[in-house]
Write a protein that binds this ligand. Sequence first.
Ligand SMILES: Nc1ncnc2c1ncn2[C@@H]1O[C@H](COP(=O)(O)OP(=O)(O)OP(=O)(O)O)[C@@H](O)[C@H]1O
Ligand SMILES: [Mg+2]
Length: 306
Amino acid sequence: MSPIISVSGLSKTYASGFTALKSINLGIKPGEIFALLGPNGAGKTTLINIICGIANASSGEVLVDGHDIRRDYRTTRSLIGLVPQELHTDAFETVWATVSFSRGLFGKPKNPAHIEKVLKDLSLWDKKDSKIVTLSGGMKRRVMIAKALSHEPQILFLDEPTAGVDVELRKAMWDVVRTLRASGVTIILTTHYIEEAEEMADRVGVINRGEIILVEEKAALMQKLGQKRLKLHLQGKIDAVPTPLAAYNLELAGDGTELIYTYDTRSEHTGITSLLSDLRAAGIRFSDLDTTQSSLEEIFVSLVRA
Ligand SMILES: Nc1ncnc2c1ncn2[C@@H]1O[C@H](COP(=O)(O)OP(=O)(O)OP(=O)(O)O)[C@@H](O)[C@H]1O
Ligand SMILES: [Mg+2]
């Protein structure tokens, strides 16, 4: 299947001289949920804004459904809905007026039935006559989503959709996104949260310092992120890992005073219980233990080093 969005050789250097994106290549498949995961300042918003035609690239090309975003701006923009990271709405308009007005901006004929459906899907129907200024932050965020969906886009960008949103609303928003995907909308979202990518995405792209360092099916990435290390601080020093413990692939560290066991938190049996009893049987005593989970940061580091 040919990608619905195709980004090639995309670079961005801001007027300040700072290079925020370095030769990005990325294809988004029609109908998928793609999560762009990366730390603050990685270039997520810059990339999204360029794909949506809001910011200009310094070089490279973006095709949306086969159309160049610069040459065919109106066509491509009408295919896209964008929920920006920064919320800004007309505070004194009503929900209904704001969302209807957004549709008009794309030159689409009025369609009150569609607006009604969008507001109902986002649990905003009972707020349709309320002024935006009277809504809570989470409601405002949903109004932004409603605006982005007002013109029936095929592609929806959500830039940090759940930043500052409570757990309950976050789950409700995930449901909305899933419903949209089921209706055939392609979704690209950015997030800092591994859990969010895990919950939502079909594929995950990791971006760091303006470079896409990995694009993978979610399941494969989560396996890498699921690795945990158990470190045992031994009471005495050992020269080698005793042979009966070979199957655990233990690593001897700290000059023979530490044993490190790596396991997958997602597997049914982590092997920790049997490791501890086999250690005892081998006469190895430990004074303390701690576990560390490979963080996104560590994955970045190991990817960048590789
Ligand atoms: N208008 C601008 N002029 C100069 N530098 C900019 C501009 N906008 C963004 N940058 C820089 O580009 C880099 C990428 O910023 P961007 O907003 O794309 O990151 P992000 O991944 O969206 O981060 P966050 O997770 O904090 O939203 C940052 O170092 C930022 O300071
Ligand atoms: Mg951002």
